[in-house]
Design a protein around this ligand. Sequence first.
Ligand code: LLP
Length: 443
Amino acid sequence: MNEFGMWSKNISFTNGNLHLSGIPVSQLAKDFGTPAFFLDEDDFRTRALGWKSALTEEFGPHTGNVFYAAKAFISVEVAKWIQEIGIGIDVCSGGELSVALAGGIDPEKIEVHGNNKSLDEIDRAVHVGVKAIVVDSLQEIDRVAAMARKYKKTQQIFLRLTPGIQAHTHESISTAHEDVKFGFSIASGAAWLAVEEAAKHPELELRGIHCHVGSQIFGTESFELAAERLIAFLAKYRDAFGSQLPELDLGGGYGIAYLPEDETVQPGDVIPALGNAVRKFCQLYALDLPLISIEPGRAIVGPSMFTLYEVGTTKDVVLEDGKIRRYISIDGGMSDNIRPSLYDAEYHAILAGRESTAPFISSRIVGKHCETGDIVIKSIDLPSDISPGDLIAVPATGAYGRSMASNYNHIPRPPVVAVKGSQARVILRRENNEDLLALDVKE
Ligand code: LLP
């Protein structure tokens, strides 16, 4: 049981009222409306620094960088924090690159991902001077080389490799098995072909290799196995080319708690395990320790945010076995959290704005969209006196919540409100009706 694993560090409960940094959610709801994401800035910074210090402590002079995975959640303000904290960022589109640059992130700390980067995206990445482009196809090797020639630059690249690992997570978020769109397979020989292809281009500097096992991964085995296979590949490279590639990027994917019984992968547990594996296999192949980088996204921002909803309606449904299920409809749903519908992701929720001593009733929390599958939580016991106007908080929605939000049913996307000390401020405003109409061409 790890109740606070789902919540950020400045969360507290008093008389049934959830507080963030001492501010009751009833006040937050009054000031900012619902639905809304509330981001504990201090928690975000602490987690980001936690990964940075664990990596530095473990690898010392062989530390590469922590590249925060922007896809989990990014805004200009958060990009500023990343720059201040001094970690790097992994972007996987031109849009994410724009936000990172707008937040003042040094291009030298930006790594560019994507399995189908457009020519414009490659052009801009090379032009602004990003640290590295993580190449994902043979065509892209030529495209990046052409752009480097255009700007008369040498572009650093990594090759994204597929180590053939079956990560134990949802199929849609495991990325390192063979039958997947990402990376060059080591087993099939595609990875080696990519090395040979890259070597033909003097405008490219192959800095290292990369892999991302998948997301929401627990335990250390998958990461250790990935390290083993990538280091064997580094040895093969050294043997063929007579010199060693300097960097190894082991991706992100560290799991977090969504339910009270879940654990959160701690940097202090997984990074030393990675360190042991990396040292062991480097020793085995007589390699120098490369610079080691990682790319956590969810593990930094996931627990830092919760979503606050207001209950609009309730309804009791009699099930086939005669039992009652209470449907609690909140004012958001699948447009601000697609994860339950997309990955069967499970979340926890609490009555957040007042105390209740009412007995619990089997409930389902559903959204307001015109879709049966618009379910935030399939089954949860909640106080039976929950009624319209009550506040419901869902923890651990920071990663892939707002970033995967949509305008389905023309619902405006919720704001993100950052809370630091006793100050709460909007860092990403709520969409409004004008935003929803902004793209329609009106003669
Ligand atoms: N690095 C690379 C190359 C990645 O592809 C990803 C995630 C990450 C890092 C960060 O992974 P994290 O530490 O956040 O797990 N929408 C899905 C997750 C897709 C992740 C895709 N890549 C979800 O909501 O679970």
